[in-house]
Design a protein around this ligand. Structure first.
Ligand code: HEM
Length: 422
């Protein structure tokens, strides 16, 4: 479990089935990799489950924002924030994505012409954060993109270490994990407070104006901070991971890359895609969905049972920690033909598979499913379409990118790539 989390979880599901109880020091956990059991927990009986492992640690930054809120606190937040993600806002998403992707495109053009390499994980994180910034935060983070990413990375490392450790670290010992976590959170809160001030001052459609309009005219500072932190963290990491995997997979599958470029040539002919174009790029979209199937950025969904329950015939005691694994469900041979293969065609309209509910859940399911799912797919298809018309990336070193299951599933902590003009 410590050295190879995905292999350990895969082996357990393979050996023992779709609901497996295991213990790690200090905890008993139920691993769920059966789609109908996932549906029961996430949708049918969602009211009996609160957010699970990692909740306490995440709350230090996210407070009781949309991702972490439970019970009665959650529905009004979801209703208020949904207005920011409605279909009419998707044109704003593209407007904000254009300069972000153009900036990356200039960097890659310089790399291609000078024969220099680029750092893919940094690039995708920056572009994803710029897009979220333009779409939701009125550009308030623009001058703080790198420092925000660096602080968020420290936050993620500390939170992951804290969740995996059987011994919580002592909060008041200097340099302990929790002391470092407190400092990083304080730094991030300072950045977020400046963003909130910026959003309030410039007006228009952004998180702060929406919350004041739809939720409460005078939300307190902590409540605003929680929502802004939540949208930054939930919105940029996952999308960046998806983008990184698309580039890695296109390099590994040159025939697929060629098909993508052909579609882009026919539909766009070198133009920057519009929102309507994005809707027409069926093959590019299939590539993005297939990347999300093989490497779902949210690779486990943690829940805690509020009352005792029965899942697929197994008793689940009150207070049980459950991990539902999209990664394992997406690779079940009884649901997906040739599940380990990268085959985007399975997502084309005439081939859609499979029909079992919750067989494909990169965005979760039920009431707590991703508020930004439509945004994410449009954003990733747009970025891939705009960039793949001009560039091809190949790894600069010999190391094969491998899944790194941290908060999101990335193909590495860093990934140096050569950029080739096409
Ligand atoms: C490829 C990109 C993305 C993936 C794979 C993804 C995945 C997910 C998943 C699996 C959940 C459910 C978590 C659970 O049930 O515990 C979720 C929730 C959430 N996501 Fe995303 N997400 C993506 C992009 C985004 C974007 C772009 C935003 C916003 C800008 C966003 C904001 C949120 C929020 C706020 C929640 C909590 C929703 C609630 O509890 O009501 N996500 N996401």
């Amino acid at each position: 479990m410590k050295t190879s989390r995905l292999a350990f979880l895969s082996q357990m599901a393979h050996d023992f089935g779709g609901v497996v109880r295991f213990t790690v020091p200090g905890r008993t956990i139920y691993l769920v990799s059966e789609p109908l059991a996932a549906r029961h927990i996430l949708a049918t009986n969602a009211g009996n489950y609160s957010k699970g492992l990692g909740q306490r640690e995440a709350t230090s930054l996210l407070g009781t924002g949309l991702l972490t809120a439970d019970g009665a606190a959650w529905p009004p937040q979801r209703r208020a924030l949904e207005t920011l993600f409605n279909p009419a806002r998707m044109a704003d998403l593209i407007r904000g994505a254009i300069p972000a992707v153009e900036q990356l495109s200039s960097t890659w053009a310089a790399c291609a012409s000078e024969g220099k390499t680029t750092e893919l994980i940094r690039d995708v994180k920056e572009v994803a954060l710029r897009i979220i910034d333009n779409f939701l935060l009125a550009g308030g983070l623009a001058s703080r993109i790198s420092v925000t990413i660096s602080k968020l990375r420290q936050f993620e490392h500390l939170v992951t270490a804290e969740v995996l450790s059987p011994w919580p670290s002592a909060p008041y010992v200097p340099f302990s994990r929790s002391a470092r976590l407190r400092n990083v959170v304080a730094d991030l809160h300072r950045i977020i407070d400046e963003v909130i001030e910026h959003c309030g001052a410039v007006g228009g459609d952004n998180v702060v104006t929406s919350l004041r309009r739809e939720w409460s005219p005078t939300p307190d500072d902590d409540a605003l901070r929680s929502q802004v932190a939540t949208l930054i963290l939930a919105g940029y990491e996952t999308t960046a991971a998806a983008l990184a995997w698309v580039w890695v997979l296109l390099d590994r599958h040159p025939k697929t890359a060629l098909k993508v470029r052909r579609e882009l040539q026919v539909e766009l002919g070198g133009r920057v895609p519009t929102l309507t174009d994005v809707g027409r790029l069926a093959y590019t979209r299939a590539v993005v969905l297939e990347a999300l199937r093989l490497f779902p950025p949210v690779w486990v969904l943690p829940r805690t049972a509020i009352h005792a329950d029965t899942v697929s015939g197994f008793p689940i005691p009150q207070g049980t920690e459950v991990l539902i694994s999209p990664y394992l469900i997406h690779r079940r041979p009884d649901l997906w033909s040739d599940p380990e293969a990268f085959w985007p065609e399975r997502f084309l309209a005439d081939r859609l598979q499979p029909r079992t509910p919750c067989a494909f859940l990169p965005f979760g399911a039920g009431p707590r499913s991703c508020i930004g799912s439509q945004t994410a797919v449009i954003e990733v298809v747009f970025a891939v379409a705009a960039l793949a018309q001009r560039f091809r990336l190949t790894p600069a070193g010999r190391a094969r990118p491998r899944p790194q299951p941290h908060l999101s599933l990335f193909p590495g902590t860093t990934l140096t790539m050569r950029v080739h003009a096409v």
